[in-house]
Write a protein that binds this ligand. Structure first.
Ligand code: BDP
Length: 705
């Protein structure tokens, strides 16, 4: 077992009683039409049911006892005869119904949808229910996606190095495309995504290479799009804003220049000749050195609208990122809001502004970006990060489900209490034309796709949440564990605890209580809270923690940058006062004395040390738990995770000791009683910033701090 199959393992049902029920209820499949998508559904069901029941699966033409009948009312007369129309009408293009029925006196299972891809999603869902040992009488269900665009983002360069990837080279083997599009990895990649209902993929880095729009690469991208199409996955490209200059020697890329507009219109037309159902563009503009409309004295809406106009005739969309900041700005937190809010209502209907969950950058914990709940007249997408750029790369276990649900459940108060980001994305709050959820994922040519086996769980969580924003991280974690490892409750129960604490542990041993961005420059792996010099102040750790002898934290209240004014009043009021600010984001908003009294009765300094100690203890706990479930896990994955937890414990201690030594050097305070002294002096940790081996996984130059 090497992890290649992810959660699509289709193991024989371990509960023998249930297995014999499944064996009776799932004996064969009745395939309706033979569209490419229905063929895929048939193949998946046949493979899945064979694995789960341990018996051969027949393929009769008409239903018999134990048939799985699937299709749309158009493609399958049997489905049509079941009269599921009322249910189907409410489910849109992509939703599905799973029904248990008698057909001519024989019990069957029906998977019905309005489209072939809906049928495929329903097929994967049935297999998910069976893989997680759902009793037969609980299989009937119906479901439709909450969010329209459910998109994964790859940060893959054309030279196959993946920015912040940590799982080998890019999956896209450009050198062998388009000839070798049958590479099984491409299909399996599409299956993995389709099993979650993901319906789009941006295949290249937001720090885009203009060459992606040349015929040479479009031909290759088209081959990938051909593979993804029957899985319901649209292909998108990240483009460089000044492509007309780079590719065709234009002197300007001014979005209001008719020649530039024409260039894009012609290029887009070309793209659609290669890829008739092309999804659209993702753009990082005027951010971290990337070109953008501001280079030509235009704004984000001018830039996005120009591209949107070119895509519109073909039904394409523009994901325009709100991840912008510049060193001149006093507080990086404020920037995206300050730049985008004045443009609310100015973007075309096929533009979607893609916003990271937090105002800064995928930190272990951030308050939500105030653009959520504020951009009322602009389509939005939430951008999350599965790849563990800030969570120990592919070496640390850090299930991101809790972070994702924390973002989705955050209350913006845009329309009073309960206006959560999840509801906004589900389109229940504002009159948006489109919404989306995107995740930066890390798969590479590592055999198990993500390198650390548990990074798979965050990919899984992202997909499930984009489909249903109301799922809980623990329910998703449980589903994932059952399918990926074992249904045994002696395994599930302790492992659920690991899943639940792993993200919080990562916060605790790195930057608790609302500290943020204490990373070493560039690689984002180890700590360097002492960092106070760089070409840009916002690329130092000091900028973020502001620790001095008298206190620590970034004042974002009225007496500081006043970033809190960007939230709706309820939150502005709450964050004005340290006593009403949640402690886990306290230092995001307040600069407080080291002796500030925390809820626990400890001083801020004592609490900080306590959190660091807790983080280390949590990793020790994770290690113990993992060792206790050895018998339920195959040897290969067991050994790998065990070894990685050793690395994680080493790093957690390193983070703790480095940060505590540094902050102690600033405040001169003794450690609280019982808290172990750092193993080395501060100079040691400073040296380690350069010496602790971490691979430098990207090339060319990193684009950010
Ligand atoms: C930062 C990464 C950088 C990305 C940037 C982005 O460090 O590599 O290019 O985000 O999202 O987190 O554009």
């Amino acid at each position: 077992e090497d992890g290649y199959r992810m959660w699509l393992r289709y193991q024989p049902t371990a509960d023998t009683q249930l297995r014999s029920q499944y064996q009776q209820q799932f004996t064969n499949i009745v395939q309706p039409g033979d569209s490419p998508t229905l063929q895929l559904a048939a193949r998946e069901l046949a493979t899945g049911l064979r694995g789960i029941t341990g018996q051969e699966i027949a393929t009769p033409d008409t239903p018999t006892t134990g048939s799985v009948v699937f299709g749309t009312p158009e493609s399958s007369a049997v489905i049509k005869s079941l009269e599921l129309n009322d249910q189907l009408n409410a489910l849109g293009d992509e939703g599905f119904v799973i029904a248990r029925r008698e057909y001519r006196g024989k019990p069957i299972t029906a998977i019905a949808a309005n489209s072939d891809v809906g049928v495929l999603y329903g097929s994967f869902h049935l297999l998910r229910l069976l893989q997680t040992q759902t009793p037969v009488d609980q299989l009937a269900t119906q479901s439709a996606p909450a969010v329209e665009h459910r998109v994964v983002n790859h940060w893959d360069n054309l030279n196959r190095v993946v920015e912040r990837g940590y799982a080998g080279l890019s999956l896209w083997d450009w050198g062998t495309l388009p000839a070798y599009k049958d590479n099984p990895r491409y299909k399996d990649y599409a299956r993995i995504n389709a099993s979650l209902g993901i319906n789009g993929t941006v295949i290249n880095n937001v720090n885009a290479d203009a060459r992606i729009l040349t015929d040479q690469f479009l031909e290759k991208a088209a081959a990938l799009a051909d593979v993804f199409r029957p899985y319901g996955i649209k292909l998108y490209l990240s483009v460089k804003f000044n492509s007309p200059m780079l590719l065709d020697g234009f002197e300007t890329a001014d979005p209001l220049d008719p020649k530039v507009q024409k260039w894009w219109q012609e290029r887009v037309k070309k793209v659609y000749e290669y890829i008739p159902d092309f999804g659209g563009f993702l753009v990082k503009a005027n951010s971290e050195g990337q070109p953008g409309p501001q280079d030509f004295n235009r704004n984000h809406a001018d830039g996005a609208n120009m591209l949107a106009e070119a895509l519109e005739p073909f039904g394409g969309v523009v994901f325009w990122r709100a991840f912008v900041y510049a060193p001149e700005q006093g507080d990086r937190f404020r920037e995206a809001y300050d730049e985008f809010m004045p443009l609310d209502g100015k973007f075309k209907d096929n533009v979607i502004v893609q916003i990271k969950n937090g105002p800064i950058d995928f930190q272990p914990r951030e308050p939500f970006s105030p653009l959520f709940g504020s951009l009322e007249k602009t389509n939005i997408a939430l951008e999350l990060q599965v790849t563990q750029e800030y969570f120990g790369f592919s070496y640390h276990l850090a299930y991101q489900g809790p972070l994702f649900t924390e973002a989705l459940n955050a209350d913006t108060y845009a329309k009073g209490e309960g206006t959560t980001i999840g509801k906004i994305l589900a389109g229940d709050v504002f009159d948006y034309k489109h919404t989306g959820m995107a995740a930066v994922i890390n798969p590479g040519n590592s055999r198990n796709w993500t390198s650390h086996p548990f990074v798979q769980s965050s990919w899984y969580a992202f997909g499930r949440l984009a489909w249903d924003v109301n799922l809980t991280s623990s329910a998703i974690g449980e589903e994932w564990l059952r399918q990926t490892f074992s249904n045994d409750s002696d395994f599930i129960q302790p492992m659920q605890e690991i899943m639940a604490i792993s993200r919080e542990a990562g916060v605790n041993y790195r930057m608790p209580l609302g500290l943020t961005h204490l990373y070493a420059q560039g690689h984002h792996y180890g700590p360097a809270p002492w960092h106070d010099k760089s070409g840009r102040p916002d690329w130092t750790a000091y900028y973020y923690h502001q620790a001095t002898e008298d206190g620590i934290g970034f004042d974002r209240t009225q007496s500081g940058s006043n970033a809190i004014e960007q939230y709706h009043d309820e939150l502005t009021n709450k964050f004005t006062d340290p006593d009403t600010t949640p402690e886990d984001i306290l230092l995001w908003f307040h600069h407080l004395g080291w002796n500030y009294q925390m809820n626990s009765g400890r001083s801020l300094w004592q609490e900080l040390v306590h959190k660091y100690d807790t983080g280390v203890a949590q990793v020790e706990q994770m290690q113990k738990t993992w060792e206790s479930v050895k018998d339920y896990v195959d040897a290969e994955r067991y050994q790998r995770v065990k070894a990685l937890l050793q690395v994680q414990l080493r790093d957690a201690k390193h983070w703790r000791d480095a940060c505590i030594s540094y902050f102690q050097s600033v405040n001169g305070l003794p450690l609280p009683k019982g808290s172990p002294e750092p193993a080395h002096d501060l100079e040691h940790y400073k040296r380690m910033e350069k010496e602790l081996y971490v691979p430098d996984p990207w090339y060319p130059e990193p684009s950010g701090h």
